[in-house]
Design a protein around this ligand. Structure first.
Ligand code: GUN
Length: 293
């Protein structure tokens, strides 16, 4: 069994990006600039955005964090997005999700300039991705592809089962794993809350990508020997013994499933760090895109 070490690979990627940034600086060029907008005070979202800003500092990018109150109106947020769209210094930006209920998420995501949409959430970029055109791939799916690539995990002709159909992970992942190329060329089944007999499906999978958000959902009895496991779950489970009062738990019963798996991502230290590394990579791509204009 091989651990797909997202912490190590994301560090490698950050080192590669740091070298690129050094070259830009040596040539006197502008370095990539990422902005992150966060609305409200959700603890997990604040932690993620802080990690994204720290990652920018680590590789030498410029970063801007825009904090808006929980009572921000849709119009106010749309005005902020317009400002970021127009600002030539910003190469890419993200709107951290989820947004408070008074704001229509779809409307907001459609307001982002597709050329600055480093999350790849705009319908134009999502459509391009589905049509194999060059574009921003959402960071978590992009990170999973990169992990499979760097560990040379065979995906061609394999049966990939995706658990969860979220717009951020499950849906794009199901498209990407079925695309021509590597990683890809899989036969994909997407499962969700209305799927019947899920064990019957997971037990036939060569590769399982679980993005459900239910701690320890996937048990050893549900998988076959030598399965490849990608665990996207990151649920905060209360734990009085933990310093923060909670532990981050994945969708997979790691202790038992890892005994049957050929490759498996740990939680934490698997997919999570890859998401941030690939957001940096998308910001680098955004900067190249703007320089060519
Ligand atoms: N919330 C959970 N994951 C993500 C992500 O990848 N990007 C943004 N913007 N919000 C998220």
């Amino acid at each position: 069994m091989t651990i797909l070490d997202g912490k190590k690979v994301s560090n490698d990627i950050k080192n590669e990006i740091t070298e690129e940034v050094k070259k830009m600086k040596a040539k006197g060029e502008k370095v990539p600039h990422l902005a992150a907008v966060i609305v409200g005070n959700d603890g997990a979202s604040l932690t993620y955005v802080a990690s994204k800003v720290r990652a920018c500092e680590r590789v030498g990018f410029e970063s801007t964090m825009v904090r808006l109150s929980n009572t921000t109106s849709e119009i106010e947020l749309l005005d902020k997005i317009e400002e970021l769209n127009e600002n030539p210094d910003i190469d890419g930006f993200i709107i951290q999700l989820p947004l408070p209920p008074q704001i229509n998420t779809q409307k907001v995501l459609m307001a982002v300039d597709p050329d600055k949409d480093v999350d790849g959430f705009h319908p134009m970029n999502f459509g391009k991705m589905a049509l194999d055109m060059s574009t921003f791939i959402p960071a978590t799916p992009f990170g999973i592809l990169e992990l499979l690539d760097r560990y040379n995990v065979e995906t061609k002709g394999k049966h990939t089962v995706v658990i969860g159909r979220s717009h951020i992970v499950g849906r794009p992942m199901s498209i990407l794993m079925g695309r021509k190329g590597f990683p890809g060329n899989s036969t994909v089944t997407i499962t969700h809350s209305h799927t019947k007999n899920i064990t019957q499906i997971t037990s036939q999978a060569d590769i399982i990508i679980s993005a459900l958000g239910v701690p320890n959902f996937l048990k050893a009895e549900m998988v076959k020997d030598d399965v490849v496991i990608i665990d996207v779950g990151i649920t905060r489970v209360p734990d009085d013994n933990a310093a923060k009062g909670y532990i981050i738990t994945g969708d997979v019963d790691f202790e038992n499933v890892s005994k049957k798996a050929s490759f498996i991502t740990p939680v934490p230290g698997g997919v999570g760090p890859m998401t941030i590394a690939m957001l940096l990579k998308n910001t680098l791509l955004a900067r190249e895109l703007h320089r060519k204009k």
